[in-house]
Design a protein around this ligand. Structure first.
Ligand code: IPM
Ligand code: MG
Length: 317
C-alpha cells in the first residue's frame, strides 16, 4: 500500500428513490479502492431530499450549503419524488447546488460498454460537456395574470458570452487531449439568438485551441443514452458534484433492482477529479468486467460482483 495516505472530505447526498441504494454501492467500492490505493474518505452524511423536505419544509438550508462548500466533492444519488411538487427539489436543491457552487461544466462521458449494445453504434466514446449554470434553467421568467385566460408563463434562456466561453473552452481543451474533434450541439435553426452566440464563440475557441469544430442539432445528437456525470467547478475553488444521469426511479425504489453502474462510474469520475486516477480506472474497469460477464440482476448482485472484480484487480496489480 502506498504510504502517502490522502484523505478527502466527501458529502454523501443520497437523495431520493433509488439514490440511496446505488450510492451505497458506489461508496463501499470507493472505500475498497481507497484501502488498495492508500487514501481514505471522510464521508459526510447529508440527509437532504424529499423525506427531509416533507418532514421539515427545508430544501437546502444555507448552513448546509456552507458545510458543503468546505468538502472536496459531493456524491449525489438522485433528486425528485412523486410526493413533492415538480421543481421544488430539482430547482431548490440540484440546480441551486449547481448554480451556487458555480459548477459550470456538466460532464457526461458516453462510452460503449461491454455487453451493452443498445446504441448499436460500434466504438462509441465521447464526452458531453453541457453548460450547467445558464440557459433555460437559470430561472429568469415568471408567471403573470395567474389563473386568467391571459395567464402568461415565460422562461428566458440566458446566454452570456463569458458563460458560454468558459464552457466551450473547457470542452475544447478536453477535445484537444482526446480526438481533437469538438461538436457543438444546439438548435441553431430555431433558437437563433443563443445559437448564434454559441456558434460564434465555439468557432473562436476551436480555432484558438486548434481543434476541429463540427455541429449537430440536439434532436439528432440525443439518440444515445448516457450514464455518469460530474458537475464540475474546473477552477477548483470549491467542491465538484458527481451523480448518475438517471433519475430517482421511484417505481423501483426499494425493490433491490436498481443498477448501481451509473453511480459507480460517477464515483470513478469523482476519484479522478480528486487526483486518484488509478483507483478511478479500477472502478471503471470493474463495471466493464461485470458488464462483460452479462451484468447482474440485482443491486446486491452488482455490489458483490463489483467488489469481487476490484479485489481481483488488486491481486493482479
Ligand atoms: C439531469 C436532470 C436535471 C437536469 C433536472 C432534474 C434539473 O434531469 O441531471 O439530467 O435536467 O439537468
Ligand atoms: Mg436529465
Amino acid at each position: 500500500m502506498p504510504d502517502n495516505v490522502g484523505s478527502y472530505a466527501v458529502a454523501h447526498l443520497a437523495g431520493d428513490g433509488i439514490g440511496p441504494e446505488v450510492t451505497a454501492v458506489a461508496r463501499d467500492l470507493v472505500d475498497l479502492a481507497g484501502k488498495q490505493h492508500g487514501f481514505t474518505i471522510d464521508w459526510r452524511h447529508c440527509p437532504l431530499g424529499s423525506e427531509h423536505y416533507l418532514r421539515t419544509g427545508e430544501v437546502l438550508p444555507d448552513e448546509v450549503l456552507d458545510g458543503l462548500r468546505k468538502t472536496d466533492a459531493i456524491l449525489l444519488g438522485a433528486v425528485g419524488s412523486p410526493q413533492v411538487p415538480p421543481g421544488v427539489l430539482e430547482r431548490g436543491l440540484l440546480l441551486r447546488l449547481r448554480f451556487d457552487l458555480d459548477l459550470y461544466v456538466n460532464l457526461r462521458p458516453a462510452k460503449q460498454r461491454p455487453g451493452v449494445d443498445a446504441a448499436s453504434a460500434g466504438d462509441l466514446d465521447f464526452v458531453v460537456v453541457r453548460e450547467n449554470t445558464e440557459g433555460l434553467y437559470a430561472g429568469a421568467g415568471g408567471i403573470v395574470h395567474r389563473g386568467t385566460a391571459f395567464e402568461t408563463a415565460t422562461e428566458e434562456s440566458l446566454n452570456t458570452r463569458a458563460g458560454v466561453e468558459r464552457c466551450v473552452r473547457y470542452a475544447a481543451k478536453l477535445a484537444a487531449r482526446r480526438s481533437g474533434k469538438l461538436t457543438l450541439v444546439h438548435k441553431t435553426n430555431v433558437l437563433t439568438n443563443a445559437g448564434s452566440l454559441w456558434m460564434r464563440v465555439a468557432e473562436e475557441v476551436a480555432a484558438d485551441q486548434g481543434v476541429s469544430l463540427d455541429y449537430a442539432h440536439v434532436d439528432a445528437a440525443c439518440l444515445l443514452g448516457l450514464s455518469a456525470s460530474g458537475n464540475l467547478n474546473p477552477d477548483k475553488t470549491g467542491p465538484s458534484m458527481f451523480e448518475p444521469v438517471h433519475g430517482s426511479a421511484p417505481d423501483i425504489a426499494g425493490t433491490g433492482k436498481a443498477n448501481p453502474a451509473g453511480a459507480v462510474l460517477s464515483a470513478a469520475l469523482m476519484l479522478d477529479h480528486l487526483g486518484e486516477p488509478e483507483a478511478a480506472a479500477e472502478l471503471e474497469g470493474a463495471v466493464d468486467a461485470v458488464l462483460a460477464h452479462g451484468g447482474a440482476a440485482t443491486t446486491k448482485a452488482w455490489a458483490d460482483a463489483l467488489a469481487e472484480q476490484l479485489a481481483r484487480t488488486e491481486v493482479t496489480r
